[in-house]
Design a protein around this ligand. Structure first.
Ligand code: DHB
Ligand code: FE
Length: 288
């Protein structure tokens, strides 16, 4: 049967993608940030998953304001990179896992979460930047990402957005879904976005190190308390775009301890300010 063996949490700042693509990683501004991911790239090689279930948010690239799914699962065979801002990144297409994705959709919908099934979509920096940070740069044509990816898009852009508690509960349902899949697959679940940032209005540029580090502490040791943080606290303390952090709770809810199992092992933790307008947070948890 398939198993979730680890979860990864990371920011997705588009400027990180641009720094990678334009060869700026050794510049003084970027060097400390990329140093924090050296461990992670080696860890990915040493702990190669068969599939990554990648929770991220679309930034009006695949979904316009014409239709706004709260939770959307990608069931396609492949996805093309696309983006706002800097445009599509020069990275390989993302290969999906339609069979596992359809199985998860069936199981999670039967567990009473209404997912939107997406058979065709492009993926933006929300998905490709975490892949680059964890897997390193790949040739856009001759290269490939190391394994199939199931994109799982969460609406954190247009109100109303889902609560942290709902995201955490959804993670538990995803874990059950993965564990009811017959094939022996090693699955990693990633929660991406965050940490504190606000891109608009009078508080644009807001970063809250205290909130971010408390959130990382809770995510490690007391995820149920992290899940109980009300929506308004993210907005007040982590800024309007800090709400992206609820996506981390989906990945955290899929870990063994959320279902009464043993606590995870912390393989890596990293925090850095600033990257563009955000605080960058990163955590790797392994199921024991
Ligand atoms: C920035 C951060 C984001 O999460 C995003 O989606 C766009 C821009 C930024 O820091 O510039
Ligand atoms: Fe974002």
């Amino acid at each position: 049967m398939a198993r979730i063996t680890a979860s990864v949490y990371t920011s997705h700042v588009p400027a990180i993608g641009a720094a990678l693509d334009l060869g700026k990683t050794t510049e003084p501004y970027w060097q400390p940030l990329f140093k924090g991911y050296e461990f992670s790239k080696q860890w990915m090689k040493d702990n190669q998953p068969d599939v990554v279930f990648l929770v991220y948010n679309d930034h009006a690239t695949a979904f316009s304001l014409d239709f706004i799914p709260t939770f959307a699962i990608g069931t396609a065979a492949e996805y093309q990179p696309a983006d706002e801002g800097w445009g599509p990144r020069p990275v390989p297409k993302v290969v999906g896992h339609p069979d596992l994705a359809s199985h998860i959709a069936q199981s999670v919908i039967q567990q009473d979460f209404d997912l939107t099934i997406v058979n065709k979509m492009d993926v933006d920096h929300g998905l490709t930047v975490p892949l680059s940070l964890m897997c390193g740069q790949q040739d856009p044509v001759k290269g490939a990402w190391p394994c199939p990816v199931i994109p799982f898009a969460v609406n954190v852009v247009q109100y109303p957005v889902p609560s942290g508690q709902r995201c955490y509960n959804l993670g538990k349902a995803i874990r059950k879904a993965v564990e009811s899949y017959d094939e022996d697959l090693n699955v990693h679940i990633w929660g991406t976005g965050g940490m504190s940032h606000q891109l608009q209005g009078p508080r644009a540029g807001l970063i809250n190190k205290d909130f971010d580090n408390r959130f990382l502490d809770l995510l490690e040791k007391d995820p149920a308390a992290a899940a109980a943080i009300p929506h308004i606290n993210y907005v007040r303390e982590a800024g309007s775009e800090g709400i992206e952090l609820v996506m981390w709770l989906i990945a955290r809810g899929a870990m063994a301890d959320a279902a009464g199992g043993p606590a995870p092992k912390v393989a890596h933790r990293f925090y850095h300010v600033p990257a563009s307008n955000t605080a960058v947070g990163h955590l790797i948890l392994e199921n024991n």
